[in-house]
Design a protein around this ligand. Structure first.
Ligand SMILES: [Zn+2]
Ligand SMILES: [Zn+2]
Length: 371
């Protein structure tokens, strides 16, 4: 690879751009905004496509988990959206790792790089979360995100997109990275081990696809919606459970000679399911809590203790997991394209969010594609 001086490029970059910003709660509006300048260790990305994530919907209605300098992002001209891909069009000072023209997908978090957690590699748990002035960035949460024509990214948040992936499907790289991070946190040794996933949303389905790609067996999904169970099957689930028609704990035990699975993943955010997932897990097994449960969640902790079960909460896509998920995508080890169900232009990003929120017309991953 030849190294190039910074800031050289052939792209015509306008002074202003179209961007969606948060007004007050429940309000997103399309405005004309200044195209930002990349600083040190940063690049300017021309956004190609962006997927709506469930967390975007939380941000739209409640502000949290997005925070800007410790405050919620309403009425701050803030652009949400974190699952995007695009092209590097300008590089900041000292950047020679990426060049204008590089086709990239992004991960969300660039930690501050100076707190103890960042120094341990746990940049999604940065102690300076939301403090841009201390160097922290989490695009779409603490710094402007991708529902816009252009976005700034720290170079640490970029991964190359293989040619065979469409723009729409490339937006799912970060979703795959989240599932990859969850499997990492569980120890990563899933080949030949059993896994159950509760919840067939995009993250749960991505866990299914990755676990299968990495050799887990059997791979089990518990999900009430038939179309999502079918999608799980398509992505590699060996057994499908409808938790409204049968007891998912008993069913998992039946499928695992009465013992429960080695690994389990809670990806539904439904409080009672958290308890179910604990009871699906084998002695000494590991549980990944991957969804934000609403409110306090009663759980049988005595069962966890007496069965030596390990529980792990994950946030985002740490540990450079996005890079490794992107490698699996490049190797064609799994195909997330069925998750992408709908596409809208930038002007209709509000409609895209509403489709994702209401799961209109069977929507799973709704993508906004730039013109
Ligand atoms: Zn997301
Ligand atoms: Zn930090």
């Amino acid at each position: 690879m030849t190294k190039k001086k910074s800031n050289t490029n052939n792209y015509q970059i306008p002074k202003t751009m179209k961007a969606w910003v948060l007004g007050g709660p429940h309000e997103m509006k399309l405005v004309e905004k200044k195209v930002p300048e990349p600083g040190q260790s940063e690049v300017l990305v021309k956004v190609g496509a962006i997927a709506v994530c469930h967390t975007d919907i939380e941000v739209l209605h409640h502000g949290h988990p997005a925070m800007i300098e410790g405050k919620i992002p309403f009425n701050k001209d803030f652009t949400m959206g974190h699952e995007y891909m695009g092209t590097v069009v300008k590089t900041g000072e000292n950047v020679d790792e990426w060049q204008p023209g590089d086709r990239i997908a992004v991960e969300v978090h660039a930690g501050c790089g100076r707190c103890a957690k960042c120094r341990e590699g746990m940049y999604t748990s940065c102690h300076n979360y939301s403090y841009r002035s201390k160097g922290h960035r989490a695009n779409g949460f603490t710094t402007d995100g991708g529902f816009a024509e252009y976005a700034i990214n720290n170079i640490n948040t970029l991964v190359a997109v293989p040619d065979h992936l469409s723009d729409e499907v490339a937006t799912l790289t970060v979703t795959a990275g989240t599932a990859m991070y969850g499997l990492d946190v569980l120890g990563g040794l899933v080949a030949g081990q059993s896994i159950a996933v509760a919840g067939g949303g995009p993250i749960g389905l991505m866990f299914i696809a990755l676990a299968k790609a990495l050799g887990a067996a059997p791979v089990i999904i518990s999900e009430p919606r038939p179309d999502r169970r079918e999608m799980a099957k398509h992505l590699g689930a060996d057994f499908l459970i409808d938790p409204l028609a049968e007891d998912p704990v008993e069913k998992v035990r039946d499928l695992t000679k009465g013992k429960g699975v080695d690994f389990s993943v809670e990806a539904s955010g439904v409080p009672i399911v958290v308890n179910q997932i604990l009871h699906m897990t084998n002695r000494g097994g590991k549980v990944c809590l991957a969804a934000f449960a609403n409110g306090l969640t009663p759980t049988d902790l005595a069962y966890v203790v007496s069965n030596n079960i390990y529980m792990f909460g994950i946030r985002g896509e740490g540990n450079s997991a996005v890079r490794r998920a992107a490698s699996l995508l490049e190797q064609k080890r799994f195909d997330p394209s069925p998750l992408h169900t709908h596409t809208f232009p930038l002007e209709e990003a509000d409609k895209a969010v509403s489709y994702a929120e209401n799961q209109t017309d069977g929507a799973i991953k709704v993508v906004v594609k730039m013109n």
